[in-house]
Design a protein around this ligand. Sequence first.
Ligand SMILES: [Zn+2]
Length: 379
Amino acid sequence: MTRFALFAVVGAALLSACATPLEAPLSCFEGAIRLDQSEPGQPASPCTRVSATEFVLTITPEAEPINPSPWYAFTVLSDRSAEIGVTLRYAAARHRYAPWIAVQDDAWRRLDPQQVSVSETGGEARLSLDLAAGPTQVAAQPVYPESAYEALETRWGGDWRTFGTSHQGRALRARIDPPAEPEAGWILILGRQHPPEIPGAWALEAFAETLIEARSTGEIASGLIIAPLLNPDGVAAGYWRLNAAQTDLNRDWAERRQPEVQAVHGLLDSLDIRPGDLELMADFHATVRDVIYLPQAEELPPGANTRLEAWLSAMEADGLYALIEPERTNPVRRVSAKAAFTDGWGAVAVTWEAADDTPEAQVRAIARRGARQWVLTQD
Ligand SMILES: [Zn+2]
């Protein structure tokens, strides 16, 4: 090979090396197939593009240490149908949530498990996606953003009020139904302190709807306060756990430093609700199993304990415990909503946990039956 020919070969190799990035942009966010993280609930996960069709997303929490709820959510925009791979690389947790996808504006559905391969340690999961032209959303759970709560308000109707604002100024909203009789007490329903726990949001909807119906038919006279979205900032940001001040709201109920928690107490004050007036406080979450965390009998005043025992017996008789486990807990740190409304208010205070993987229809059915048994056992 002549010296000139060698130069030509090396030159061609350099040229083709230089040309590659034009065909497969280095950025994840440009090109014929590109990621987008601008929708509510989508965190800005760092992304590396390995090739035109292969992406690596680093799934990071908003702060550490933190509960392992490794939320992810993003959109893939494609100009054509294509097969791509997206690897989720977990920085501070292991793969937990089986992925969901929504193509165009279609409903969310589970990604076929055959299209997910999880590394032995759980530190990585590769999703194989068959894209159609247009947007494909991918997320750890069907995304349930603030706009879905606005739709809920429209669907339910009733008297909704803004009772405070979050750190970032988002409205905290509650539906309020005053007691139908002067002697009747109140029920407080709280939700979405922890952003990824969407099955808890489904359970809250079904539980609250059942109580609203029971009020409208006159089966119960209790006042209702339904505050389904206590952490709108965390939900919008796609956080794992915390609010915008990097605080776990469900560890703030004793100190009440956060505006979201203070607002709930402000609302109770404004309605002149005093300790003893709250019959039930149900706080909705999601975890790895279906479970209702309950206070110990000795933690409650006699009247509240009688109500709790009647409810538990009715749920057991209904066969509900085959689907959701009752568990008495007595945490040393009395900082959760459950602990604070048990200790300070003498309320039947429970944490209702739907499982990550329980189908939505079942989550709703369990919550509906649980609420129904409450209605049937209270005077
Ligand atoms: Zn939670």
